[in-house]
Write a protein that binds this ligand. Structure first.
Ligand code: NDP
Length: 250
């Protein structure tokens, strides 16, 4: 089994692009929606020739853009709804505690990594509910209806023994901890809807954000992360995992 339809945010580069290209290798997935801020400039996505792939404009910090994306996605998935929403879009805002306070920078960090995910999940919820109803039964799985949040190990409070190191990670860590709380809370709130919610750390990956010194190539991360996402079952809902589906302490 596999989800019929998947939407990935921030899909034009880095981990989002890796998720899309790796998911396309799974022939059971019928519809893959690559959402990004500027589809017209997404050269790598546009170069992919696969009629299962659809590019949709979505800016995680603009509600009108998310609502417009919802309408486009609704047309693509139809009565069967959206099976899997992967909230991947994210930014890193350097925030050292010893510099003058910059409230706007804190807000910018949270707006994308946390509030953006909340609003996208809220706006797309009717399509996830539609998918859950369309398949029916008591099953809870990624094939039926699921939200996956791409978090970070940096969001773990339990594992935090390095403070803000590397210097400036403070606001990013906080935004991902709050994202994890959102995922856990939502998993409970949506139990009756049979919608699974889980958070993942993809590892430290060579992307624009991760930098070229990161320990994993994009391919290394995707080889483990994508099969883990596609294995999600009821027992994983509310979980926070590394790319091998091993739990991370909240
Ligand atoms: P990149 O900086 O390489 O890519 C970020 C992606 O997010 C881009 O597609 C970017 O689009 C998109 N994005 C940023 N802001 C918005 C927005 N407002 N609306 C829509 N899209 C947006 O980062 P990664 O690929 O490395 O990171 C992806 C996710 O993985 C993030 O959530 C990150 O926190 C997480 N992560 C990454 C790790 C790593 O080592 N790389 C480690 C742990 C977690 P655009 O091109 O338009 O800017």
């Amino acid at each position: 089994m596999a989800p019929r339809s998947v939407l990935v945010t921030g899909a034009n580069r880095g981990i989002g692009l890796g998720l899309v290209t790796t998911l396309l290798q799974n022939e059971k997935i019928e519809i893959i929606i690559a959402a990004c801020r500027n589809p017209g400039e997404a050269e790598e996505l546009k170069a992919i020739k696969d009629n299962r792939l659809h590019l949709v404009k979505l800016d995680a910090i603009c509600d009108k853009s998310i609502e417009a994306a919802f309408k486009e996605v609704e047309k693509l998935v139809g009565e069967k709804g959206l099976n899997l929403l992967i909230n991947n879009a994210g930014i890193y805002v350097k925030y050292p505690i010893d510099e003058p306070p910059k409230r706007q920078e804190l807000a910018r960090q949270f707006d994308t990594n946390t509030f953006g995910v909340v609003v996208i999940s809220q706006i797309f919820l009717p399509l996830l509910r539609r998918a859950a109803v369309a398949l029916g039964g008591d099953d809870v799985s990624v094939d039926r209806s699921a939200i996956v949040n791409i978090s970070s190990g940096a969001g773990s409070i339990g594992n935090n023994d390095r403070g803000s190191t590397p210097v400036g990670l403070l606001a990013y860590r906080m935004s991902k901890s709050a994202l994890n709380q959102f995922g856990k809370t939502l998993s409970i709130d949506l139990t009756g809807d049979h919608i699974l919610v889980a958070s993942f750390c993809p590892g430290w990956v060579q992307t624009d954000m991760g930098g070229q010194k990161a320990e994993l190539t994009l391919e290394d991360s995707m080889r483990e992360l994508v099969p883990s996402i596609l294995r999600l079952q009821k027992e994983h809902s509310g979980g926070y995992f590394n790319r091998n589906l091993q739990p991370i302490p909240y």
